[in-house]
Design a protein around this ligand. Structure first.
Ligand code: G3P
Ligand code: CA
Length: 248
């Protein structure tokens, strides 16, 4: 069922934040599978480099919170993270889940029929932005024909560098609350999309973004009632831990 777009999002307007992270361990294959099982078409995920330049799907700059191990990503190799359990911290039924590489996730997205919003995290241990975006480019270009990719980041330089490599991809600037000069800042990247905190949404701003042809998605909202008044006013998407709530 598709919810009419004046009262709620269409299926393509819902992105599962770190996968269906309300019901499965975030940024794992299990979370992406759960999102697909809930009927999502899109997932959001976070990427960062390890010490050996492997690109992995993880939110934090260390493995402490979401795995059985400890340590900064900048001090760990692929061989190190392959030994870690990334599921038991969330629920013992997910014991054995791994911290995945982006390449592994891209393959799984094809199997699950999912598209992805790849958020490029900029961490202190990253040596070079060029190396980071080239690693992202290499992995996303292994995607299957039914997987769409878009890029988001809190770092405009990461979006600029990615756009230079992949000009056809949608670029979304992440802000908690967009600055007054959001239009100029988007143009400088260039980016077509704002991802902003849902508590900072306003009808006035959505009228402006709509007029300018700019898409706006709201993160991270787990209560559909909070967004009801914004769908008819120019909101074009939601990023949620629990896509089922928005998918009817
Ligand atoms: O995409 C929006 C959201 O993921 C940004 O915040 O900290 O969950 O990556 P965070
Ligand atoms: Ca994110």
């Amino acid at each position: 069922m598709t919810i009419p777009s004046d009262t709620g999002p269409t299926r393509d307007e819902v992105q599962a934040h770190r996968g269906a992270s309300a019901i499965a361990p975030e940024n794992t294959i299990a979370a992406f599978r759960a999102a697909a099982e809930q009927g999502a078409r899109w997932v959001e995920l976070d990427v960062a480099l390890l010490a050996d330049d492997t690109l992995v799907v993880i939110h934090d700059d260390s493995v402490d919170r979401t795995t059985s191990g400890m340590g900064s990503l900048g001090a760990l190799s692929h061989a190190d993270i392959a030994k870690l359990d990334a599921g038991a911290w969330f629920d013992t039924k997910y014991a054995g889940e791994r911290l995945p590489t982006l390449a592994e996730v891209i393959k799984a997205l094809g199997e699950f029929g999912l598209s992805a919003n790849v958020e490029i995290k900029q961490h202190k241990h990253h040596k070079s932005l060029d190396q980071l975006v080239r690693a992202v480019q290499a992995d996303i270009n292994k995607r299957g024909p039914n997987t769409q990719i878009m890029i988001s980041s809190f770092d405009p330089e990461a979006l600029k560098a990615m756009h230079a490599l992949e000009p056809d991809l949608e670029m979304a600037m992440l802000w908690g609350r967009p600055p007054e000069d959001w239009a100029e800042k988007l143009k400088a990247i260039p980016a077509t999309t704002i991802h902003m905190h849902y508590k900072a949404l306003s009808i006035g701003m959505l009228e402006e973004t709509s007029k300018s042809g700019i898409k706006v998605r709201a993160w991270t909202c787990n209560n559909p009632i909070e967004l009801v008044s914004f769908w008819g006013a120019g909101l074009t998407g939601v990023i949620t831990d629990n896509p089922k709530l928005f998918l009817g």
